[in-house]
Design a protein around this ligand. Structure first.
Ligand code: PRP
Ligand code: URA
Ligand code: MG
Length: 208
């Protein structure tokens, strides 16, 4: 699995701000969106371009455009929704595929509860977004689902990843490319990422 920890100063600065204990819902949301936009910039740096002829201001010219442009953003509900707008800043026409999965607080096992994917998802690059990769269970369940639907071109964007979650995803989905703002120290006894961000879904939605 290709894992990229994006060390760009803007990302590291914004991630540091997200870790502050008393951050407001508004600020956490803003920063999640901003970090997601920057991760998207990095994750799409290898998209193929093609030459296209257009009418320029004085003559016909050849410009470059992204080839195919078939992308679907896949937020893992709920917290993944906090990253969606940041991704869409760079690709406003992308289709959205929703996957609802929560992690059982006792067993830490993923519990799927919703699924609405775009048609012909097998034809698209899927950008899966979730701020937290902890045990990896929720991400593995999402990747299993996308592959079952025929998706072969998948990239994952997470704001914070635990080494345990990365190893778990790698073991089952070694073909995936993953971009993260930070590989943190590891999981605590409750399965939270340390130092992490706390409960990202609660922080984005203002629930406690
Ligand atoms: O890697 P894992 O151990 O599976 O944990 C990570 C998952 O936990 C969080 O979601 P949560 O279950 O809190 O749901 P929410 O987004 O609705 O708050 C997070 O957004 C991931 O989806
Ligand atoms: O640290 C963690 C782990 C799972 N889900 C979160 O929101 N935070
Ligand atoms: Mg949550």
């Amino acid at each position: 699995m290709k894992v990229t920890e994006v060390k760009h100063p803007l990302i590291q600065h914004k991630l540091g701000l997200m870790r502050e204990a008393n951050i407001s819902t508004k600020r956490f949301r803003e920063l999640a969106r901003e970090v997601s936009a920057l991760l998207t910039y990095e994750a799409t740096s290898d998209l193929a371009l093609e030459d296209v002829n257009i009418q320029g201001w004085s003559e016909e010219i050849t410009v470059q455009q992204i080839k195919g442009k078939k992308i679907t953003v896949v937020p893992i509900l709920r917290a993944g929704l906090g990253m969606m707008d940041g991704v869409l800043e760079h690709m406003p026409s992308a289709k959205i595929s929703m996957v609802g999965i929560y992690r059982d607080e006792e067993t830490l096992q993923p519990v799927p509860y919703f699924e609405k994917l775009v048609n012909q998802i097998d034809d698209r690059l899927a950008l899966v977004v979730d701020p937290m990769l902890a045990t990896g269970g929720s991400m593995i369940a999402t990747l299993d689902l996308l592959k079952k639907k025929g998706c072969t071109n998948i990239k994952v964007l997470v704001i914070v990843a635990a080494p345990e979650g990365l190893a778990a995803v790698e073991a089952v989905h070694p073909d995936i490319e993953l971009y993260t703002a930070s590989i943190d120290d590891g999981l605590n006894k409750q399965g939270y990422i340390m130092p992490g961000l706390g409960d990202a879904g609660d922080k984005i939605f203002g629930t406690k």
